[in-house]
Ligand binder design. Structure first.
Ligand SMILES: *[C@@H]1O[C@H](CO)[C@@H](O)[C@H](O)[C@H]1NC(C)=O
Ligand SMILES: *[C@@H]1O[C@H](CO)[C@@H](O)[C@H](O)[C@H]1NC(C)=O
Ligand SMILES: *[C@@H]1O[C@H](CO)[C@@H](O)[C@H](O)[C@H]1NC(C)=O
Ligand SMILES: *[C@@H]1O[C@H](CO)[C@@H](O)[C@H](O)[C@H]1NC(C)=O
Ligand SMILES: *[C@@H]1O[C@H](CO)[C@@H](O)[C@H](O)[C@H]1NC(C)=O
Ligand SMILES: *[C@@H]1O[C@H](CO)[C@@H](O)[C@H](O)[C@H]1NC(C)=O
Ligand SMILES: *[C@@H]1O[C@H](CO)[C@@H](O)[C@H](O)[C@H]1NC(C)=O
Ligand SMILES: *[C@@H]1O[C@H](CO)[C@@H](O)[C@H](O)[C@H]1NC(C)=O
Ligand SMILES: *[C@@H]1O[C@H](CO)[C@@H](O)[C@H](O)[C@H]1NC(C)=O
Ligand SMILES: *[C@@H]1O[C@H](CO)[C@@H](O)[C@H](O)[C@H]1NC(C)=O
Length: 486
């Protein structure tokens, strides 16, 4: 027989446990001031490994979230055994651990907050994704942006005896069926208030610009991405972009900068035979109703016909090698060689335009280097008077007169105005060199013989060719600087 006082106490505890709203397992729960329990205490399910995630959907309050995996106490800032605070950073927080006897989540200073709670045995529901969105390029008022890659292309490697390479005029393979729901959020960097950068917060804000085309694109080996063409942006403005996946997972931020108002090169993208071309090219303004970009539908045949002819002839001579039988390398095959050659040919045919980065306005080579010039570098020469000053990075930009220069692709029709050419990164060339059998006779210029007159050298790989040892580690960075066409 239990003493009466203890029975009363047990009843209180039971009644208390029953009044707690339970958070559902493997689901998202959204709370606003009107449906937040009072007091703000919720029970957690029993599990050997639970990820509890928090996303703030409002600003103004700074609520604190506490969990315990012992079910007999309300966790809070007073601490205690098995009490853990879910600390928030940019409006996002997580805690993962065992809840063998269930648990309790309690909120302090909840005020008028809106928030989401995710409770899952299958990994965190809210997440900051490790992969960033990708900038294609900008004009004065447009931007071409990509989500992080979400699915590798399931193209089977060709095998002997039926070793068939994609035709020169290739089309994109079938896109995957399981496509994440990506939304793009863009804001001028200067007017970005320090809000929680959670999926629910970003999804509730007005994004700048107008998305005029959203499609799926297989830009490179990394896989399928969602592609956005954004218009109605302001010239010479620094923007911040996030991509939200399924409303709960956030990729970014990245910065990008629109070109100055006089920038005249149009965007070229959506060419299935040149999937990596997603940038501005020195071409006359596109003609045709409502189009201010070039895609497969309006790209001049005087560019594509010779390009596809070169690619067809290259593929023909490549398949005369023993593709798929006597491997010229255990690591790469004819398909890799054709893919890298295609990427190189497209980058050479479609000259890229550029502009000095506002963050680094003097950083470009002002005149075309002489073919015999040596010692060109991605880095500004050291200041003799101030040898410890950090060296600026030069973009691989070369100003061009409006007439066709000999450095420019001979098949492009004249644009009729001045522009700056952004050289292809040398890594585009060395990738062909590495992937192709030496018998095809493809060679890249070396630094000793002035590779830097026609390629951006020293950005991803060092000027001596050491992989990944260059000054920027890539052709562009997440802050909106573009160093070479890669
Ligand atoms: C969980 O939060 C910690 C910081 O509290 C963070 O370092 C970690 O990346 C987060 N984990 C995930 C999966 O988001
Ligand atoms: C509570 O979490 C701590 C830390 O992860 C763990 O050591 C402990 O075993 C957990 N207790 C229960 C009852 O799950
Ligand atoms: C718990 O789940 C997380 C996320 O799914 C996982 O990373 C972690 O390895 C798991 N821990 C244990 C002990 O199973
Ligand atoms: C060879 O492969 C191609 C593409 O994979 C396919 O279309 C064709 O039918 C195959 N031919 C034979 C004879 O198997
Ligand atoms: C490439 O193929 C498409 C159909 O897949 C066709 O419409 C187009 O005319 C071809 N382009 C060239 C330049 O042959
Ligand atoms: C994707 O998310 C947006 C915004 O949250 C929503 O409006 C849309 O209906 C969703 N689409 C799909 C296919 O789930
Ligand atoms: C978004 O734009 C609409 C219409 O311009 C406006 O009514 C609304 O208040 C804006 N929302 C936010 C969060 O700025
Ligand atoms: C959108 O862009 C794709 C190329 O990525 C193109 O095939 C499609 O026709 C475009 N859609 C519109 C409506 O312009
Ligand atoms: C491709 O080969 C054909 C036939 O040999 C030739 O007529 C054509 O000029 C070649 N194309 C290019 C771009 O060299
Ligand atoms: C854009 O703005 C961000 C934040 O102020 C800055 O870090 C970045 O360098 C800027 N990008 C460029 C290209 O100026």
């Amino acid at each position: 027989m239990l003493p009466e006082a203890l029975i009363c106490l047990l009843n209180v505890a039971l009644a208390f446990a029953q009044t707690q709203q339970a958070l559902p397992l493997n689901a998202l729960a959204s709370f606003t001031p009107s449906n937040t329990p009072k007091p703000p205490v919720l029970s957690l399910p029993t599990s050997s490994n639970l990820s509890v995630t928090v996303a703030l959907c409002s600003s103004g309050n700074n609520p604190r979230f506490f969990v315990t995996n012992s079910s007999d106490a309300i966790p809070g800032s007073s601490g205690g055994k098995s009490v853990f605070e879910i600390t928030l950073k940019d409006g996002y927080g997580n805690w993962t651990g065992p809840f063998r006897d269930g648990g309790v989540l309690a909120i302090e200073d909840v005020g008028q907050s809106s928030f989401e709670l995710g409770v899952s045995e299958q990994g965190p529901i809210h997440e900051i994704l490790p992969n960033l969105p990708l900038l294609g390029d900008t004009t004065s008022n447009q931007a071409l942006l990509f989500s992080p890659a979400f699915a590798i292309s399931q193209n089977d490697k060709p095998t002997y005896p039926n070793y068939t390479l994609p035709p020169a005029n290739a089309s994109l393979p079938e896109p995957p069926s399981d496509i994440p729901n990506f939304t793009l959020f863009v804001s001028p960097t200067s007017s970005l208030t320090p809000l929680p950068q959670s999926g629910c917060m970003l999804s509730s804000q007005n994004s700048t610009g107008t998305v005029v085309n959203q499609s799926l694109w297989l830009k490179d080996k990394q896989g399928w991405r969602t592609q956005w063409l954004l218009e109605a942006l302001t010239p010479a403005t620094n923007y911040t972009a996030y991509v939200v996946k399924d409303r709960t997972k956030v990729s970014g931020p990245i910065n990008f900068v629109t070109k100055s108002a006089t920038f005249a090169c149009p965007l070229v993208f959506g060419l299935p035979y040149c999937p990596n071309v997603a940038y501005t090219v020195p071409l006359p303004p596109p003609t045709g109703a409502g189009s201010n970009t070039y895609t497969a539908a309006n790209i001049p045949a005087e560019i594509t016909t010779p390009l596809l002819s070169y690619l067809t002839n290259f593929t023909t001579s490549l398949t005369s090698f023993a593709c798929g039988r006597d491997w010229y390398s255990p690591l790469v095959g004819c398909d890799d060689c054709q893919r890298e050659y295609r990427r190189w040919l497209c980058s050479i045919t479609f000259t890229r335009c550029g502009e000095p980065s506002p963050a680094n306005p003097d950083s470009f080579t002002r005149s075309l280097p002489a073919p015999t010039a040596t010692g060109l570098s991605a880095l500004q020469p050291k200041d003799k008077n101030n040898p410890t000053a950090p060296q600026k990075v030069f973009s691989a930009l070369i100003p061009q007169a409006s007439d066709i220069s000999k450095a420019r692709s001979p098949n492009l029709p004249a644009m009729g105005s001045q522009y700056s050419m952004l050289l292809p990164c040398i890594e585009i060339c060395t990738a062909v060199d590495r992937a192709c059998p030496s018998l095809v006779g493809f060679t890249c210029p070396t630094v000793q013989f002035n590779a830097a007159a026609s390629y951006g050298v020293g950005y991803t790989d060092s000027a001596d060719g050491d992989e990944g040892q260059g000054v920027t580690g890539g052709p562009q960075d997440r802050w909106g600087n573009i160093w070479c066409n890669g």
